[in-house]
Design a protein around this ligand. Structure first.
Ligand code: PAP
Length: 365
């Protein structure tokens, strides 16, 4: 018997098409521009550094943002209203966003897994189905709430709009080994860069990431913010580790379902049941091989066209050891150790014990 608690009915608002900007009237455009101008004035007074992808990144409330993202964040802080039934996926970039968007979408629309014609993930990128709040707000400043209750953000916990905390909405935070995050981010940024803009070297990316000057960085403060919130409000904030999910995805998707208040039935959990089907459908191998994710594109990150395939590279744990020199690995491990120790959070990402062959520093570009 299918779980009566979580069906397309209970989450039917999630099954809609991508969030398209509403009709653009001249009036609306003027209002949007006024908001943008006001925000840009404020942004121009913040400390800035050279961006990874954008020209500049700005330091706001202890974290670094591109101008476009910061505009979206300011709009959200001014007027975003979360609802108690909202589900907010939060991640530091390159920590498993695409995977969790797909998993959460299919988890909250379980019945469509058995009908590929009715499964939106077959034809639409997870990034279109689950809107990124700050990007959506920048496009729709007068109405910054996407139509779906399942949403995503890279914004650190301490800067989230107040209503995401007071409404009691559920927040799921996924974090990943910072070394793999850095390497994934470096690949991604260079793929996104137009040909005429010089690529960022891995040494430069490493140096900036280590200093915390990375998009939405410092990485460590990002993780610690959500970690503290999950300790304080375990019924509202759930932390998941990318590496744990890779090791035992079925176990963690069950945790997710319970956290959302819609656990699987015993039958759904058994053998080749629903849990295995959902996990299998969202695996790197399956998801990355869907036609839409191989050949499709969507708009995002301020780009009118972004190829869906650049969100799928390897999907492995520990690929950073194929790119980073031993010194770099040790340095990042040391920062993680120190930052996490302060909060009694164990550094589970240390490579100290690993018998790994790492790149000699001279070979790192
Ligand atoms: P985003 O934060 O910009 O949306 P995000 O999806 O978090 O990006 O990061 C992409 C990473 O997730 C890539 O990691 P890699 O560069 O180390 O390979 C990508 O391969 C990985 N990824 C995408 N889909 C999946 C999946 N279904 N399972 C596991 N990893 C995945």
């Amino acid at each position: 018997m299918a779980s009566p608690s979580l069906t397309t009915q209970s989450f039917s608002s999630n099954i809609v098409g991508p969030d398209e900007p509403k009709l653009f009237h001249k009036e609306k455009e003027d209002e949007n521009n006024q908001i943008l101008q006001k925000n840009l004035l404020m942004v121009s007074e913040l400390p800035s550094e050279k961006g990874w992808l954008s020209e500049n990144i700005h330091l706001y409330q202890g974290f670094w943002y591109s101008t476009g993202v910061l505009n979206g964040l300011l709009i959200l802080q001014q007027c975003f209203q979360a609802q108690p039934s909202d589900i907010l996926l939060a991640t530091y970039p390159k920590s498993g966003t695409t995977w969790l968007k797909a998993l959460l979408f299919i988890l909250t629309n379980r019945t469509c897994i058995d009908n590929s014609e009715k499964n939106p993930l077959m034809t639409t990128s997870p990034h279109e189905l689950v809107s990124m709040l700050e990007s959506y707000a920048a496009k729709n400043p007068m109405n910054p709430r996407p139509s779906n209750s399942l949403m995503h953000t890279h914004i650190p916990y301490t800067s989230l709009p107040e209503s995401t905390k007071s409404s009691g909405c559920r927040i799921i935070y996924v974090y990943r080994d910072p070394k793999d995050v850095l390497v994934s981010c470096w690949h991604f940024v260079n793929k996104l860069k137009p040909n005429e803009i010089p690529q960022i070297s891995l040494v430069e990316a490493f140096e900036r990431f280590s200093r915390g000057v990375s998009p939405y960085g410092p990485y460590w403060d990002h993780v610690l913010g959500y970690w503290k919130a999950s300790v304080e409000f375990p019924e509202r904030v759930l932390l998941l580790r990318y590496e744990d999910m890779k090791r035992d995805p079925c176990f963690h998707i069950k945790r997710l379902a319970e956290f959302l208040g819609h656990p699987f039935t015993t039958e759904e959990e058994a053998g080749e049941g629903l849990v295995s089907k959902l996990v299998d459908f969202c695996s790197f191998e399956k998801l990355s091989n869907l036609e839409v994710n191989k050949k499709g594109s969507h708009s995002g990150f301020g780009f009118p066209v972004i190829e869906n395939k650049i969100f799928f590279r390897q999907g492995q744990v520990g690929d950073s050891k194929n790119h980073l020199a031993r010194e770099m690995i040790d340095h990042l491990d040391q920062i993680t150790e120190e930052k996490f120790k302060e909060f009694h959070l164990i550094n589970t990402f240390s490579s100290e014990e690993d018998e790994i062959s790492v790149c000699p520093i001279d070979n790192v570009i």
